[in-house]
Ligand binder design. Structure first.
Ligand SMILES: *[C@@H]1O[C@H](CO)[C@@H](O)[C@H](O)[C@H]1NC(C)=O
Ligand SMILES: *[C@@H]1O[C@H](CO)[C@@H](O)[C@H](O)[C@H]1NC(C)=O
Ligand SMILES: *[C@@H]1O[C@H](CO)[C@@H](O)[C@H](O)[C@H]1NC(C)=O
Ligand SMILES: *[C@@H]1O[C@H](CO)[C@@H](O)[C@H](O)[C@H]1NC(C)=O
Length: 138
């Protein structure tokens, strides 16, 4: 498990393409997986924590395997491994990746989810530092 996490860090740090997705508190969000795979993991990175595996998505009709049952009420999967987040709160903000389940590891481009106008992100050496600015005026 440690080895996989280390590999993940390396892969994540080498990624350049990050797209931003803005949302509002309480919205439902859909994030695409740009890998052409039968099975993928969905991973959430909230720096400075290690990456969290949310679920394993299979080709239809099998329902996803949740790595923590508390994710079940928040996350679901649609066609082509699209991740759906219901009723977004600050807990679900971060950088999302899908990853294949075989070797060699393949990571999708990442999607950085944040609230409209509430957070400012700085990208330093492709590592992401999130700073909350509560009284930021646009
Ligand atoms: C989000 O999805 C849930 C379940 O599908 C639905 O009941 C709810 O109305 C949706 N909320 C919004 C803001 O679209
Ligand atoms: C599952 O998630 C909850 C809430 O984030 C956390 O308190 C709990 O420790 C997690 N369980 C496992 C097995 O990781
Ligand atoms: C969405 O989450 C908020 C905060 O956790 C909660 O108060 C609200 O009832 C939830 N809404 C739905 C439709 O689940
Ligand atoms: C990731 O983004 C780059 C640049 O936008 C693009 O060239 C590449 O095809 C994307 N990778 C995948 C797996 O879609």
């Amino acid at each position: 498990m440690k080895i996989i996490q280390l590999q993940l860090y390396v892969l994540i740090c080498c990624r350049a393409a990050v797209s931003d997705q803005l949302t509002d508190f309480g919205s439902n969000v859909t994030i695409n997986c740009d890998l052409d795979e039968n099975e993928v993991y969905w991973i959430l990175l909230k720096t400075p924590d290690p990456p969290t595996v949310i679920l394993r998505s299979f080709s239809k009709p099998k329902s996803p395997f949740y790595h923590n049952s508390t994710f079940r009420k928040k996350y679901s999967v649609q066609f082509k491994h699209r991740l759906v987040i219901n009723n977004v709160t600050a807990d679900e903000l971060g950088v999302y990746y899908c990853m294949n389940t075989g070797t060699p590891l393949k990571l999708s481009n990442s999607t950085r989810l944040h609230f409209t106008g509430e957070f400012i992100y700085f990208s330093i050496d492709q590592n992401i530092l999130m700073i909350s600015v509560n009284n930021y005026i646009c």
